[in-house]
Design a protein around this ligand. Sequence first.
Ligand code: ADE
Length: 240
Amino acid sequence: MLIDILTLFPEMFDGPFDHSIIKRAIEREIVKIKLHNIRDHGVGKHKVVDDYPYGGGEGMVMMPEPLHNSLKTLNIDKDTPVVLLTPQGRKFDQKTADDLAKHKRLVFICGRYEGVDERVRQHMVTDEISIGDYVISGGELAVMVVVDGIIRRLPGALGAEIEQDSMMNGLLEFPQYTRPAQYEQWEVPPVLLSGNHAEIAKWRRQQSIERTAVRRPDLLKNAELSASERQYIEDEMKDK
Ligand code: ADE
């Protein structure tokens, strides 16, 4: 996969992409990430990238021209998603990560300042994504979240790590424990020490379901559950 990121702050990406799973995926050539500084296509001698909003008001707006010219240098074909990170986009989730992970190439545009000229939305991007209902200072941190979520879904990216982690089945993860079996007076649930793999799997599944029902009941609608599991939730929740 090739990921192009258009940003005014390419230096922000130095740390996050140099570690752990993303670093390894880059080393294994599962993914290539190219950073493009929008300012390289800024207007005029001063490489201007933003201007005052028509109609007045606070703050600056990113101009269409530097973004358009940045995009033109990428030679993207019409099937390549061009994604703007913005709090106005649809909310990022596991399904979106999985869908985006199927593409050979992705382009991300990091918005900054008070926003981007509306013509960027109308004519240059195919998709708008938000990482949640809050505003952060720009699309850079948001694209890091999104790109991490996508790369871990690429075949071969996880290696020794589990490929089936939380959310893959639409449920929250079960509780995890490691040594010691007793710390202070806090004990690990005995079933996990039993060596009975069928019992352990059953316990974990039940914990996942209960935890999701209590903390994120909104996820149950799309979770992979059997008819008896759905019945179980209904019965349990009646008493709560
Ligand atoms: N830029 C600012 N806030 C954002 C958010 N919540 N998601 C994506 N991009 C953003």
